[in-house]
Write a protein that binds this ligand. Structure first.
Ligand code: NAP
Length: 477
C-alpha cells in the first residue's frame, strides 16, 4: 500500500515526517498513515508539473492516449485490489467499489480516444489576404481537488481529459480517502506516464489549496466537493482570476407520475437512493409521488428498503456500509429527528444499527413519509440512507417542488406519457435529468450542475473544453 506522495516520479514523505491517519470507517481501525505535506512539497509538485508540461503537450494525442489507455488497463487488471482498498478506506460495499473502478477506468479510456478528436477551426476571413485559425491548446498545470465519496472516479473524471488535452496535474485527494488516489498514482508510473505529469499530494487541505492558488504557474483548478468549500475556492480564485470547474453538492428530486411504470420507478429509487449509503452527489434526496400511484409506490419502496442489508462493505452481499464518519451519522440523525418533530412518520428504519463488532457508524435504510417543505430533509443534502416521500397532485406542483432548491445537479422523473417526458425534462432546472432512469452517469455524457451545484462539465467531449484554451491566430499572407 503506497503512503508516500508522488512528486516528479518519486515517492516522497513530508519533509518534517508528518503523517495523517486513514481509518476504516466500518471498523474504526487505523489502516495507514500517509504523508501530510505542506506548501513546500506542493510547490515541488507544481515545479514538476511545470517542467513536464511542454514535453507532455508536445506528444501526439495518440501517444498521450496510449498512456491513458495503459493506465485504464492496469486499473482493470487490479480491480479487486483497488476495490478492497477503497472499501477499507471509504466503506462502500465491495461490489460498488468494483463498479467504481470500472467507471473510473472508463473516463481514462474515453479521454484517450477523445484527445485525438481535439480539433481547431479555419474560419473564412473578411480580407482576401488573411486567414483565421483557431487552435485549441492545453490550459497548462492543473490543480485537482477531489472528495471522499468516489475516491477513484472523481480523480479519473478530471485526470483523463486533463492529460488527454496535454495538461499536467497536481492532485489533492480527500484526507479521508488518500489511498485509492496514491494507488492510481502507482499505476500511472507503471503505465509509463512520464515523471512530473501526474503529481499527488496529501495533507492539510487549506495549506495545499493555498499553495495551488498562490502559484501563478497553476492555470486551472478543477474541484469536486461541497458547495461550501466550492464557494470558498471561488472567492480565492477571483484574486488570481484562476480558471475553475466546480462540481458541487446536490439535492436531487425524484418524481413519480400517475402514468409511471411503478415497478421500474421503485427499482430505480432503491438503486439511486441507497448506492454508497446515500453518500452520492446525484442520489435522489427527496421523492414526490402523484396521488394515483402514491400507495403502490410507497408499498413497493417500503418492501424493497426493508430487504437491504447493512454491514461491513468488505463482506459480500452487504448493500449498505457505514457512513464516512461520526459527523455524517449525526447529520442524518438530525434530519430524521427534525422530520419526526415536524410530524413525519418513519415506516422503515429511522435509527442507527449496530452490526456486531463494528463501529457505531451505521444508519438503517430509512423511509420517511409526510415530508413537508419546512423539513431539513426537503431542503438540505442529507448524504445518508434516508428517503423522504411526499405526495403531489398536479404536474406543475411537482415541477415547482423539484425546482425549489438552491441546488441543480440531478433530477429524476418517471412517466410513460411522451409529451410529459419532454415537457418535464425541459422544465427541470438541473444539469442532469434522468427520464425513467435512475442511473445517468456514464463516461461519454456531460456531468455537471447549475445553480449552487456549480459549473463546468465532466465526461465526453464536453470535458475537453475544461482543459483547453482557444487561441485565435490572425494570419496575413
Ligand atoms: P468537501 O468537504 O468540500 O471536500 C472536498 C475536497 O476539498 C477535499 O479534498 C477537501 O480536503 C478539500 N478541501 C476542503 N477545504 C479546502 C480548502 N480550504 N482548500 C482547498 N481544498 C479544500 O467535500 P466532501 O465532504 O469531501 O465531499 C462531499 C461533497 O462533495 C458533497 O456535497 C457532494 O455532493 C459533493 N460531490 C459532488 C460531486 C459532483 O460531481 N457534483 C461528486 C461527488 C461529490 P480534505 O478532505 O483534506 O478536507
Amino acid at each position: 500500500m503506497q503512503t508516500h506522495n508522488l512528486i516528479d516520479g518519486a515517492w516522497v514523505g513530508a519533509s518534517d515526517g508528518a503523517t495523517l491517519r486513514v481509518t476504516n470507517p466500518a471498523r474504526d481501525e487505523v489502516i495507514a498513515e500517509v504523508a501530510s505535506v505542506g506548501a513546500a512539497e506542493t510547490r515541488s509538485a507544481i515545479d514538476a508539473a511545470w517542467r513536464a508540461r511542454e514535453s507532455w503537450a508536445a506528444k501526439t494525442a495518440g501517444e498521450r492516449g496510449g498512456l491513458l489507455s495503459a493506465l485504464a488497463g492496469l486499473m482493470r487488471r487490479d480491480t479487486d485490489r483497488l476495490a478492497a482498498l477503497m472499501t477499507a478506506e471509504q466503506g462502500k460495499p465491495l461490489a460498488e467499489a468494483r463498479g467504481e473502478i470500472a467507471y473510473a477506468a472508463s473516463f481514462l479510456s474515453w479521454a484517450a480516444e477523445e484527445g485525438k478528436r481535439l480539433t481547431g477551426d479555419i474560419i473564412p476571413a473578411s480580407a482576401p489576404d488573411k486567414r483565421i485559425l483557431v487552435l485549441r491548446q492545453p490550459v497548462g498545470v492543473t490543480g485537482i481537488i477531489t472528495p471522499w465519496n468516489f475516491p477513484a472516479a472523481m480523480i479519473t473524471r478530471k485526470l483523463g481529459p486533463a492529460l488527454a488535452a496535454g495538461c499536467t496535474v497536481v492532485i489533492k485527494p480527500a484526507e479521508l480517502t488518500p489511498l485509492s488516489a496514491l494507488a492510481i498514482g502507482e499505476l500511472a508510473c507503471e503505465a509509463g506516464i512520464p515523471d512530473g505529469v501526474v503529481n499527488i499530494v496529501t495533507g492539510d487541505a487549506a495549506t495545499i489549496g493555498d499553495a495551488l492558488f498562490d502559484d501563478d504557474r497553476v492555470r486551472k483548478l478543477s474541484f469536486t466537493g461541497s458547495t461550501r468549500v466550492g464557494q470558498l475556492l471561488m472567492s480565492k480564485a477571483s484574486e488570481h482570476l484562476l480558471r475553475l470547474s466546480l462540481e458541487l453538492g446536490g439535492h436531487a428530486p425524484f418524481l413519480v407520475f400517475d402514468d409511471a411504470d411503478v415497478g421500474k420507478a421503485v427499482a430505480a429509487a432503491v438503486a439511486c437512493k441507497f448506492r454508497n449509503a446515500g453518500q452520492t452527489c446525484i442520489c435522489a434526496n427527496r421523492f414526490y409521488v402523484q396521488d394515483g400511484v402514491y400507495d403502490e409506490f410507497v408499498a413497493g419502496f417500503t418492501e424493497a428498503v426493508s430487504k437491504l442489508t447493512v454491514g461491513d462493505g468488505a463482506h459480500e452481499g452487504v448493500d449498505i456500509g457505514p457512513l464516512i464518519n461520526d459527523a455524517a451519522v449525526e447529520k442524518v440523525e438530525s434530519h430524521v429527528e427534525d422530520a419526526r418533530s415536524h410530524g413525519a412518520t418513519v415506516p422503515v428504519g429511522g435509527d442507527r444499527v449496530h452490526p456486531k463488532g463494528l463501529a457505531n457508524r451505521f444508519y438503517a435504510p430509512t423511509l420517511v413519509e409526510g415530508m413537508t417543505p419546512d423539513m431539513k430533509l426537503a431542503s438540505e443534502e442529507t448524504f445518508g440512507p434516508v428517503a423522504p416521500v411526499a405526495r403531489f397532485t398536479a404536474e406543475r406542483e411537482a415541477i415547482e417542488l423539484a425546482n425549489a432548491s438552491e441546488y441543480g445537479l440531478a433530477a429524476y422523473y418517471f412517466t410513460r406519457d411522451a409529451s410529459r417526458l419532454m415537457r418535464v425534462a425541459e422544465a427541470l432546472e438541473y444539469g442532469i435529468v434522468g427520464a425513467n432512469d435512475g442511473g445517468p452517469s456514464t463516461a461519454q455524457a456531460p456531468f455537471g450542475g447549475v445553480k449552487h451545484s456549480g459549473f463546468g462539465r465532466e465526461g465526453g467531449k464536453y470535458a475537453m473544453d475544461e482543459y483547453t484554451e482557444i487561441k485565435y491566430v490572425s494570419w496575413q499572407l
